[in-house]
Design a protein around this ligand. Structure first.
Ligand code: ZN
Length: 605
């Protein structure tokens, strides 16, 4: 992938005829050699002009194993580099367009910066930077691969505008510098690989943002946000107006300006974003609801969802304390987006159920911090399903999880080995990243939600709650830490499960009934007969699971659970109330490769 991207880069330069023949051309450029470990940015918005101007400092660390003298710094192609300085001294740089679908415009403005001295591996350099430009709506990267305009519009909603502004970070709009290889939407997973790699590299980075915006043309002061602000809780007693005034005073902003500050320390999986609109500000600690005029009914659903969601989350994850913000999107069909504990979602609809699970999700983040995406996001998605179960039963919870199953099923498909290179089927191998360290959303959201759900089904609510209560982000240094907590609470060995699902990606199980043998158990001495069935389940997949199954009989049924390890069988005798008709394996709580072989008809005898 890197090779291909480098080749493309060279082509771009050649076509432009800028660097051909220079010494630089001969040198291989490793665009991902440097990780930006610290951002300290001051951003000024001019919404009427859709403009953004930024200045500040960034610290870059050489994470490659070689000396580096050149840095490729990238921002959205609708922005332009103005200055790059090292200790006050202007550095030479060449600014080039660089095709990449990591930005909504499908391209980046790349500054190829020549440093005054080579940077050793692990050493860092601090640069002062300045850039500016406009951020209008741009759907280029989607429409050029054939996404219809109306769908693209609801997905690609980032822009700075006079009445509404919302701009997401890396993966959407490079409104702050990044260092990445080219990503291509049309090349399978290339875009996601580049974004995931960027997120993994930046997970430990610090980001400080001070953002100021002009406003005018409207009578009321708009609300500017860049996250679920940390100073909000402290000002809970103030009216919104006073709070804003305080901030303005503190930061010396002018009358017709709004100002706010955010920090992400560390970034984790968060893509920093900012938004500004004429919001109605409703704060019920720890939840801030920002809604647009005309969306009052939707906003009320969010407000109403808070108390039951607080009770549920507190019981499972402890008391939510970090501030949470849910902010409205102007397009009623816009795809929602989460940045830390800030959720952007349209409140135009009045879906009570959706409001409930959205609030639960954010409150879980507010209650439980974790450096591990599969714990942080996985638990929040698990909680959505558990809350749905409390409200509407197990089946509707499994339907909700089913949306996740669809998302990650493809990723879990084994790619057949080329002829002659087949691996013996009994030998398990990893087909994707381990969940424990994955920065791939499909894994840490969707797969993780199932993993937590299966764990709960195996150990029960009380044991899982006890394990979560003991969880401390600061102690989560060893990848087996979570396993230890759950095993201690459940008093059960779960090493096999964590091995197949968390420490490795063994794909999914595929379980079916191999044998079912009904029989009558005659008690000694000619007592009452009991009807029994011996069920053997076979798992042909490389991941084990505890599978629920139901024996359906005339007018009744019996449900059990059976642990079936990878590539093995397990047998259980089940007492049944009457003549058995069929066995249904897996109620949908275990993600499987093949769900078509889950019903087994028992032949009449
Ligand atoms: Zn989340």
């Amino acid at each position: 992938m890197r090779f291909a991207a480098t080749k493309r880069f060279l082509c771009v330069l050649c076509v432009l005829g800028v660097l051909c023949g220079s010494r630089f051309f001969a040198a291989a450029l490793d665009r991902e050699a440097f990780t930006i470990t610290k951002y300290d940015l001051t951003v000024q918005l001019e919404p009427q002009q859709q403009r953004l101007g930024a200045r500040g400092t960034i610290i870059l660390r050489n994470d490659s194993s070689e000396l580096q003298k050149i840095i490729a710094l990238q921002i959205s192609s609708s922005l332009n580099w103005r200055a790059i300085r090292d200790a006050g001294k202007a550095l030479q740089f060449v600014s080039q367009p660089y095709a990449s679908d990591i930005d909504h415009t499908g391209a980046l403005s790349e500054a190829i910066v020549t440093l005054p001295a080579e940077i050793k591996p692990k050493d860092s350099v601090e640069l002062e930077i300045g850039y500016e430009g406009v951020i209008p709506v741009d759907m280029t990267r989607l429409t050029r691969v054939g996404v219809p305009d109306d769908i693209a519009r609801h997905t690609s909603w980032d822009h700075i505008g006079a009445s509404f502004t919302a701009v997401r970070g890396a993966g959407y709009v490079a409104w702050y510098p990044i260092t990445t290889e080219s990503a291509d939407f049309s090349e399978g997973n290339s875009l996601f690989e580049v974004v995931d790699r960027w997120k993994a590299r930046a997970a430990g980075s610090e980001f400080q943002l001070a953002i100021t915006s002009q406003y005018g043309g409207s009578d009321s002061r708009p609300v500017l946000i860049c996250g679920a602000e940390t100073d909000h809780a402290a000002n809970a007693d103030d009216s919104a107006g006073k709070r804003e005034a305080k901030r303005v005073e503190k930061h010396g902003a002018k009358n017709d300006e709004v100002h706010t500050e955010c920090q992400w320390n560390p970034l984790g999986t968060t893509a920093p974003m900012f938004a500004m609109a004429d919001y109605v500000d409703n704060f019920k600690p720890p939840l801030r609801i920002l809604s647009l005029r005309g969306h009052e009914a939707g906003a009320e659903k969010y407000s109403d969802a808070l108390s039951p969601a607080m009770r549920f989350v507190t019981e499972w994850f402890g008391k939510p304390s970090a501030p949470v913000t849910i902010a409205d999107l102007s397009d009623p069909h816009a795809a929602p987006f989460e940045s830390g504990t800030l959720l952007m979602v349209s409140m135009a609809g009045e879906d009570t159920k959706l409001a409930g699970i959205n609030v639960v999700h954010e409150l879980v983040h507010s209650a439980l911090a974790s450096p591990r995406p599969w714990v942080y996001e996985g638990l929040a998605h698990f909680a959505e399903a558990a809350y749905r179960e409390q409200q509407g039963g197990r089946e509707s919870a499994l339907d909700l999880l089913g949306i996740h199953r669809a998302a990650f099923l493809d990723a879990e498909k084994e790619v057949p080995a080329p002829p002659g290179k087949e691996i013996p089927t009994a030998q398990a191998r990893d087909i994707g990243p381990p969940l424990a360290t994955s920065y791939d959303e499909i894994y840490y959201r969707s797969k993780a939600a199932y993993v937590w759900w299966m764990l709960r089904d195996m150990v029960g609510d009380d044991a899982l709650k006890a394990a979560i209560a003991k969880y401390r982000a600061a102690d989560d240094k060893d990848s087996k830490y979570v396993e230890g907590l759950v095993e201690a609470a459940a008093k059960r060995d779960l090493g096999w499960f964590f091995d197949d699902w968390v420490y490795h990606d063994r794909g999914l199980p595929d379980v079916r009934v191999q044998l079912a043998h009904p029989w009558d158990d005659e008690k000694p001495g000619g007592g009452k007969q009991t009807q029994m069935i011996t069920v053997t389940l076979e798992n042909t997949g490389n991941a084990g699971a505890e599978i629920p199954f139901t024996v359906r009989c005339e007018g009744a049924e019996a449900s059990r659970r059976l642990e079936v390890r990878a590539r093995s069988t397990a047998t259980l005798r089940v007492e049944i109330p009457s003549r058995p008709a069929e066995i249904v394996v897996n109620d949908g709580s275990v993600p499987e490769n093949d769900l078509t072989n889950n019903v087994f008809k028992i032949p009449a005898q």
